[in-house]
Design a protein around this ligand. Structure first.
Ligand SMILES: NC(=O)c1ccc[n+]([C@@H]2O[C@H](COP(=O)([O-])OP(=O)(O)OC[C@H]3O[C@@H](n4cnc5c(N)ncnc54)[C@H](O)[C@@H]3O)[C@@H](O)[C@H]2O)c1
Length: 475
C-alpha cells in the first residue's frame, strides 16, 4: 500500500496529510479539494491556513510525496486509502436545522467513490460525523454497482487548531474504529501501520466503528463542558470577590480534576465545539434520550450567555451607554495562533457592541480585514461603525475601552502606559482572556476588568509587606 488520497484540504486534511507525508516518505499522499483557490494556495508560498510549524512540514515534502490537486476522481481511482476530511457543518435547513450535522458533503464523497473506484478501497472517516455514519457510507458504496469489498474506518481527528503540528507529531492517542471482521481487522491494521511510523503502538487505540465515531463527539463535549463549568463559576466569582484563577488553581490540584482546560474566558469558539455538541444533542433526541440532550445543550447555553454577559458588562461599566464610543477590540480569531474565526466569541461581542451603537475598531495579528468585516456584518456589507486597525496601538487611539477577546501573546507585552496616553478618560480595559495584570493596569490609571476577577472594590485587601512584617514578628 503506497497511495493515500485525502478529500478535503482544510484545517484537518491539510495538516494531517502533510504530517503523514513527512513521516512516511515512501507513501504518496494526494490532498484534493473542489475549492480550486484553496488548492492553489496549498501549492503556493502562502498556505491557506496559519498553523505554527506547518510551513516547514509542507515545504519538506510538497512535490516529493505530498501533492495538492483538484483532480478528485483521479486521486480516488489511484489511492489505496481514502481519507474523508470534508466539512460537516450544522444543518441550517429542514429536519434537525440548527442541531444535526449536515452530511451532504460526506454523502457526495461516498457517491463519487462508488462511481469511480475500480479496486477495493479503505475509506477513512476523518471528518467528525454522527455515530453510525459509516453505515450510510457503506450503503451508498454497496449500491454503487461494482461489487467491490470496500472497508470503512472511523479515525477521528483530535488535533487542536493553533497547535496542530505539535498535536500531530505527538498525539495523546490515535483512534481507529473498524468492523469486527477479518477484513475489517486487516483494514484497521493497514491504517495503524501508517501511524505507527511515528506514533508508539500503545497510543494507537482500536475500537468498533460506532465507539470511534461517538468518542469524537464525546471528547469535544467533555472539553467544552469544562470551559462552560469554569465560566459559570466565573460569574459567581465576579459577584462575590473570589478570583476564578485562584479557584481553578485550587480545584485543579485535585488529581481527579486536573489543571487543564480550566481557564475562564469570554467563551469557547471554533468550528467544532458548538457544532459537535449540538450534533450530540440531536443524536440524543433522535435515540430517545431527551434528558441527556438537555444536559449537554446547557453547555452551549452557558457559552452563549458568557459571551453576552461579557458584552453587557462592557456597556454597564461604561455608564450604561457605548453609543458613539470607540471600543478597541484586540483579537478576532477564536483563539491564539490561528487565523480561524469560525464561531469566534469576537463575532458575538462585536455584534452586541454594534447593536448598542458603539464604534468598534478591531485589531488581530492574523485575520485579514475582509474576513473580519464579512464575519461581523455578513458578505458584501459594510458599516462606518466597524473598522480594522493595523496594530493594537492604532486601535486604541482615542478609544474609551480596550477589549481583549483573543489571547494572542503580543497583547501581554503591550506598553499600556503608552496606550493609556492615547485613550479617552476614564480608560477601560476588559480582559476576556485573563491575560493582563489587572492590578498593574489599575495602578496605571485604567479601570480594569477580567473574567471572574473581582472588581477593584470587591478585591480582597492586599496587605503590603511593611504592614505584614510587624504582624508576623508579633506572632
Ligand atoms: N478544524 C478542526 O480543528 C477540526 C478538528 C478535528 C476534527 N474536525 C472535523 O474535520 C472535518 C473538516 O474540518 P475542517 O476544519 O478541515 O473543514 P474545512 O471547511 O476547513 O475543510 C473542508 C474542505 O472540504 C472540501 N470539500 C467539501 N466537500 C467536498 C467534495 N465533495 N469534494 C472535494 N472537497 C470537498 C471543502 O471545499 C473544504 O476545503 C469536520 O468534520 C470537522 O468537524 C475539525
Amino acid at each position: 500500500m503506497t497511495k493515500i488520497c485525502c478529500i478535503g484540504a482544510g484545517y484537518v486534511g491539510g495538516p494531517t496529510m502533510a504530517m503523514i507525508a513527512f513521516k512516511a516518505p515512501d507513501i504518496t499522499v494526494t490532498v484534493v479539494d473542489m475549492n480550486a483557490a484553496r488548492i492553489a494556495a496549498w501549492n503556493s508560498a502562502e498556505l491557506p491556513i496559519y498553523e505554527p510549524g506547518l510551513d516547514a512540514v509542507v515545504k519538506a515534502c510538497r512535490g516529493r510525496n505530498l501533492f495538492f490537486s483538484t483532480h478528485v476522481k483521479e486521486a480516488i481511482r489511484e489511492a489505496d486509502l481514502i481519507f474523508v476530511a470534508v466539512n460537516t457543518p450544522t444543518k441550517t435547513y429542514g429536519l434537525g436545522a440548527g442541531r444535526a450535522a449536515d452530511l451532504r458533503f460526506i454523502e457526495s464523497v461516498a457517491r463519487t467513490i462508488a462511481e469511480v473506484a475500480e479496486t477495493p478501497k479503505i475509506i477513512i472517516e476523518k471528518s467528525t460525523i454522527p455515530v453510525r455514519t459509516a453505515e450510510t457510507i457503506k450503503t451508498i458504496l454497496a449500491a454503487g454497482g461494482r461489487a467491490l469489498d470496500h472497508q470503512v474506518l472511523s479515525n477521528p481527528e483530535f488535533l487542536a487548531e493553533g497547535t496542530a503540528v505539535a498535536d500531530l507529531l505527538a498525539p495523546d492517542r490515535v483512534l481507529i474504529g473498524g468492523e469486527r471482521t477479518p477484513a475489517g481487522a486487516r483494514a484497521v491494521e493497514a491504517l495503524a501501520a501508517v501511524y505507527a511510523r511515528w506514533v508508539p503502538r500503545e497510543r494507537i487505540i482500536t475500537t468498533n466503528l460506532w465507539s470511534a465515531e461517538l468518542s469524537k463527539l464525546v471528547a469535544n463535549a467533555f472539553l467544552a463542558q469544562r470551559i462552560s463549568s469554569i465560566n459559570a463559576i466565573s460569574a459567581l466569582c465576579e459577584a462575590t470577590g473570589a478570583d476564578i484563577d485562584e479557584v481553578a488553581g485550587a480545584i485543579g490540584r485535585d488529581s481527579r480534576i486536573g489543571p487543564k482546560f480550566l481557564k475562564a474566558s469570554v467563551g469557547f469558539g471554533g468550528s467544532c465545539f458548538q457544532k459537535d455538541i449540538l450534533n450530540l444533542v440531536y443524536l440524543c433526541e433522535t435515540y430517545g434520550c431527551p434528558e441527556v440532550a438537555a444536559y449537554w445543550e446547557s453547555v452551549v447555553s452557558i457559552n452563549d450567555w458568557q459571551k453576552q454577559r461579557f458584552a453587557q458588562r462592557i456597556v454597564e461599566q461604561l455608564f450604561n451607554t457605548v453609543a458613539d464610543k470607540r471600543i478597541a477590540v484586540l483579537g478576532f480569531a477564536f483563539k491564539k495562533d490561528t487565523d480561524d474565526t469560525r464561531e469566534s466569541p469576537a463575532i458575538s461581542v462585536v455584534r452586541d457592541l454594534l447593536a448598542e451603537n458603539a464604534r468598534v475598531v478591531i485589531y488581530d495579528p492574523q485575520v485579514p480585514e475582509r474576513q473580519i468585516v464579512k464575519d461581523v456584518l455578513g458578505p458584501g456589507s459594510e458599516s462606518e461603525r466597524l473598522t480594522v486597525a493595523v496594530s493594537a496601538e492604532a486601535a486604541a487611539e482615542g478609544a474609551h475601552a480596550l477589549v481583549v477577546v483573543t489571547e494572542w501573546d503580543e497583547f501581554a507585552t503591550i506598553d499600556f502606559a503608552r496606550i493609556l496616553a492615547r485613550m479617552q478618560r476614564p480608560a477601560f480595559v476588559f480582559d476576556g482572556r485573563n491575560l493582563l495584570p489587572l492590578e498593574k493596569l489599575r495602578a496605571l490609571g485604567f479601570r480594569a476588568f477580567g473574567i471572574g476577577k473581582p472588581a477593584a472594590e470587591l478585591a480582597a485587601p492586599v496587605i503590603v509587606s511593611e504592614t505584614l512584617e510587624p504582624v508576623l514578628a508579633a506572632v
